[in-house]
Ligand binder design. Structure first.
Ligand code: 4NP
Length: 161
């Protein structure tokens, strides 16, 4: 295995960057570490909104990540046009994130934007912030964990790792 590959750059995008996209980041960081392929990826997350800039992960999301040993240090930030240029894959959680990102990114870069659930059923990852309770966060974890395993398989096949 090539230990110094050109990394695949993956950015997870949600609305606030405190629940879904940091959960995706934590889950994906754990998956690549388990496979010993962390050198093959640059991973980050960002939000389309600016309400929570500088904040850490929502405590409910952190609780789930901790239960699955996927917690990490996170500071919320807003997605930028530069992210669209720099990242290879921009994986959004829902249709609203997709619209916001398409409005921000030049059209020539729109083919980098995918829904994170695309390998399963292209569905939307529901926003758990208001009223969904811990069950909502569990559901987000399950959806992301299932889909991100598929993305990882796909990327490792592409790179013949
Ligand atoms: P996220 O969840 O997009 O998964 O981070 C949200 C966090 C905050 C808000 C909405 C969604 N908010 O409206 O403050």
């Amino acid at each position: 295995m090539n230990e110094n590959p050109t990394p695949i750059r993956v950015l997870f995008v949600c609305l606030g960057n405190i629940c879904r996209s940091p959960m995706a980041e934590g889950i994906f960081r754990k998956l690549v570490e388990e496979q010993g392929v962390e050198n093959h990826f640059d991973i980050d997350s960002a939000g389309t909104g600016d309400w929570h800039l500088g904040e850490s992960i929502d405590p409910r999301a952190r609780q789930i990540l901790s239960e699955y040993d996927a917690d990490y240090e996170h500071t919320a930030r807003q997605v930028t046009t530069r992210d669209c240029e720099c990242y290879d894959y921009l994986l959004v959680m829902d249709a609203a994130n997709e619209r916001a990102l398409r409005a921000l990114c030049p059209v020539s870069l729109h083919d980098k934007i995918y829904r994170v659930m695309e390998p399963i059923d292209n569905s939307e990852v529901p926003d758990p912030y208001y009223g969904a309770g811990m069950q909502g966060f569990e559901q987000v974890y399950r959806m992301l964990n299932q889909s991100l395993q598929r993305w990882l398989e796909r990327w490792l096949e592409d790179t013949n790792t």
